[in-house]
Design a protein around this ligand. Sequence first.
Ligand code: ADP
Length: 286
Amino acid sequence: MSAIHVRGLTVRYRGACAPAVDGMDLTVERGEVFGLLGPSGAGKSTVHRVLTRRIRRFGGTVDVLGAPVGRGRDRDFFERIGVAFELPARLPALTAREDLSAFAALHRGPTEDPGELLELLDLAEAADRSTAGFSKGMLVRLNLARALVNRPELLLADEPTGGLDPVRADRVREVLRDRARQGATVFVTTHDMRTAESVCDRIALVVDGRVRAVDTPRRLRLAHRSPGVVVEFRRNGRLERRELPLDGLAEPLGIPGARVETVHSREATLDDVFARVTGRRMGREP
Ligand code: ADP
């Protein structure tokens, strides 16, 4: 049985001329990290709202963890899922630790230790501070900690790396992958290519409320690549650039008979340069 099974999902907001989600089909298998990738306004958050029962009026059928989401107020549902919102609410009267403990207390089943979760998300130092002074990035990570506190079998995260610096975004990506490794299903909506690429087993490309393609990031890239490499080289002091076909590269690379699928050069990223020059990663919160 799939974790999420969506057929013909259509959502139209009151007063809108076009549907926000327009006949969408999705199947997410248990244990996979599945990403909905698309630009702003594509309908990703609307799908997230349907899957988390915040929108009840929709067309089509939507099953989550084996049951239709449209009906009833099944408390067990919220025991089994974890929800990370795009725009997290803040409870300024509480410290981060109190906030997480309050969320943990809402659940009947086993919960994570708040201190350990805060540590995992790089918030240990801020654990006993009021969340009133938290930056957007800190709130996004606290929000993910809230979603993980009940050890959900299905995590639904809307833009989990939104507003994070590169190091914190990487940490969140690792946490998401770890959850899947531990057996959870992870459903992510994002407009961040890097999150889609490095976290997701499969992604659906969404535009205007419709799925245009679904596959692994690698297969999508290979299917739509321009089959060549661009080489930049210096000759007689001048920088030149040439496009070479991938076919025929195997021999000079010393792997005759192979079919070269991709070639990557390993120049440093700006992030690497920053770390080497300054001795620090770009991970400091203001
Ligand atoms: P995404 O998450 O991909 O940015 P959304 O699901 O938020 O996209 O939005 C999809 C479309 O629905 C957009 O055109 C947006 O303007 C519209 N929309 C989103 N929320 C509402 C709402 N509460 N009322 C009316 N229209 C909305």
